[in-house]
Design a protein around this ligand. Structure first.
Ligand code: GCW
Length: 648
């Protein structure tokens, strides 16, 4: 696309294929896509592609050997020929992108047959995109990459769907196979996508389909009322059930491979089953029943908590809410209902423990939701590569035995960080988060650093690779250092969530407090003396988090209220840790900015300039964080910095 960053698919990565002779065997729309990719590469680089029974020899054979829905493929190299086989069309497409990632290596040495396939069947991005620009949230809620990729001027991007197709291509190349195209907060205009504006959703689905990406839709629980004119949305009411069944049948007439619904119910003001005295299983199962005849799935979000809490009320702990609401419903959800759980118990802070709900619903299909859009991690003005955080989450032994990556049978979901920005993600380096998400969803136990290397080499080539690694690798920990300390979270400006405000959420109704006073800081969530949240975990974790002696430093203030003089496992006091990390964090941003500046001749101009400009803002903001946080705690505690540095 003219003027659009090719991201991890610059033409150059197709050179090894485009200079060779390829045979493609099999037929179907995705095989055509594979053919189109290879033919395009050959046009650019002078190679040749044939279909079906052409005489050889060939350097690469891509062969469809079946007609199933499998996404896996085999890869091998022998007798001077590289062969990819797949029994399903999308498997062939993923096999092609595997060859692209390997580059020249795919054609070098002999390789015995390897089998590849995704660990998780559903690898999905949720777009919080509105069709109409929302007066407060803008077009993309928590979006930092311009307007929506799907919706423009109040409609689906008609002739611009080429951009959507290009997006589908990028997603396929990192293994993502599903997209929800609108915000989970479903406003009045967007509610109609389910019915009279379905054609627009079908257009988007049509643009994504050639790359094996299925379309999902966020729907409002109140749809039977707001769209159907019924007087109730009670999930046990026959008319309501009938309405959903008919609406869903029409969706499948328009979009035969439609993925299903995403629902945010009884959450932050969205309607839900509580209004009718029904449970969330009743609500989810009603939608599951409507989708079931067509093979669809409902993704029901577990983000249910009291957002009108009185800050004086110390008996309510928001961290407990999802577990309290949903664990009693384990086993009640239909097979095609997936409970979608945020990875942490609060809300995408830079550091949270893994949600205890994830290990506590063995009889429910769970999907785990991550946030690629950097709402609380620098809003794509700061470099913050989230791979290590996500990897820690996915490897965490949720129930004491199985990892989150294994427990998430319903899939892995990320809130998208993409918009209509020419670099896709606002900050060009935030593309690494999107790519890493896709690859981790394919293989949750993959080494995130290898994934980062892969992204760097595809996107930038070898020249600036070492510099990019230096800039990105530790960037999440750097961000953590200069923002809220030791897992306590939240010290952000209310509303937009950018920049520091230590007490911004301290006296608010959102259930997000740090309780700092002159003696100490943190939230007592122990079972013995606090909210009892620590007791929601499976055995080894419940015990570990219960005591400050065994709680890991980085989560200490999430679980305990500690004095400033408390000695951490690191050998520093809480207060000295706060000072030190805030000074270090800013120094690390300065160093990263300098590394980036040194890459000026190795990175294309526009991209280099965009990142350089964002680094100035990151540095300004990091200094603001450092000085506000350090000054706040010096004033509260009266304890001076051991190194006598400047605090205001
Ligand atoms: O993190 C919060 C965001 C809201 C979002 C909500 C959710 C879509 O601040 O903007 O609403 O989470 O996940 O539903």
């Amino acid at each position: 696309m003219q003027g659009v960053d090719p991201a991890w698919l610059p033409d150059e990565v197709f050179r090894p294929i485009g200079t060779r002779r390829t045979l493609i065997r099999g037929s179907g729309p995705l095989v055509d896509t594979v053919h189109g990719e290879v033919a395009g590469a050959c046009d650019r680089f002078g190679g040749r592609v044939e279909r079906d029974a052409s005489p050889g020899p060939f350097d690469l054979v891509l062969e469809l050997t079946g007609a199933d829905a499998s996404e896996g493929f085999t890869f091998e190299r022998g007798d001077g020929c590289t062969t990819v086989t797949a029994t399903g069309q999308s498997g062939l497409l993923y096999g092609l992108f595997h060859v692209v990632r390997l580059g020249e290596d795919a054609f070098r040495k002999q390789r015995p047959r390897e089998t590849h396939g995704p660990a998780l069947a559903l690898r999905m991005l949720d777009h919080w995109d509105n069709v109409a620009v929302h007066p407060v949230m803008g077009q993309v809620e928590r979006g930092y990459a311009g307007g929506s990729l799907f919706w423009q001027d109040g409609r689906a991007r008609g002739e611009l769907l080429g951009r959507v197709r290009a997006y589908g291509r990028l997603l396929a190349a990192c293994g993502i196979n599903a997209v929800a195209v609108n915000n989970v907060n479903v406003h009045a205009t967007e509610a109609h996508l389910l019915t009279d504006r379905l054609g627009e959703v079908a257009d988007i689905a049509g643009a994504l389909r050639p790359y094996g990406v299925r379309t999902h839709l966020s729907v409002t629980f109140a749809a039977p009322i707001v769209l159907g004119g019924l007087s109730t949305a009670d999930p046990l009411d026959d008319d309501v059930r009938g309405w959903w069944a008919e609406a869903s049948a029409r969706v499948y007439e328009a979009i035969p491979d439609f993925g299903g619904y995403v629902v945010k119910a009884d959450s932050e003001g969205q309607p839900g089953p509580f209004a009718y005295g029904r449970s969330h299983a009743d609500g989810a199962n009603m939608l599951a029943a409507a989708l079931e005849p067509h093979g669809g799935t409902v993704h029901w979000r577990a983000f249910v908590y009291n957002h009108r809490q009185d800050w004086r009320d110390r008996t309510t702990d928001r961290a407990r809410a999802a577990h309290d609401h949903f664990v009693p419903l384990d086993g009640e959800f239909a097979d095609n209902a997936v409970l979608q759980v945020k990875h942490g118990p609060m809300d995408f802070q830079v550091r949270e423990p893994v949600s205890p709900l994830i290990g506590a619903m063995p009889r429910t299909r769970l999907a785990v939701e991550l946030q690629a859009t950097q709402e609380y991690t620098g809003q794509q003005r700061h470099v913050c590569w989230l791979g290590p955080m996500w990897s820690e989450v996915l490897r965490f032994r949720a129930d004491g035995e199985c990892s989150v990556g294994e427990v998430a049978r319903g899939g892995l979901v990320a809130v998208s960080n993409v918009g209509d920005d020419p670099f896709w993600t606002g900050h060009p380096l935030a593309q690494a988060n999107l790519y890493t998400f896709g690859r981790l969803a394919w293989q949750p136990h993959a080494d995130p650093h290898q994934i980062l290397d892969e992204w760097i080499l595809l996107t930038f080539g070898t020249g600036p690779a070492a510099g990019l690694r230096a800039v990105l690798d530790g960037s999440w920990r750097t961000y953590e250092k200069y923002t809220a300390p030791l897992g306590v979270g939240w010290m952000v400006q209310p509303g937009h969530h950018y920049g520091p405000s230590v007490d911004g959420y301290e006296y608010s109704p959102w259930g997000t407090y740090h309780f700092a006073d002159r003696d100490g800081i943190g939230v007592d969530r122990s079972a013995a003396t606090g909210s009892g949240f620590a007791g929601q975990y499976a055995k080894p974790w419940a015990e570990m988090y219960e005591s400050p002696d065994t709680c890991p430093d980085e989560l200490l203030l999430f679980f305990h209220h500690m004095s400033y003089g408390h000695m951490l496992h690191s050998g520093k006091t809480v207060i000295q840790h706060i000072y030190d990390t805030h000074f270090e964090g800013v120094e690390e941003v300065e160093a990263a900015r300098d590394v980036w500046a040194s890459l000026v001749d190795l990175v294309d101009r526009a991209r280099h300039a965009r990142v350089a400009e964002r680094f100035e803002e990151q540095l300004r903001s990091a200094r603001e964080w450092r000085d506000q946080v350090n000054s706040y705690f010096l004033r509260k505690s009266g304890v001076p910095d051991a190194h006598g540095r400047r605090i205001y």
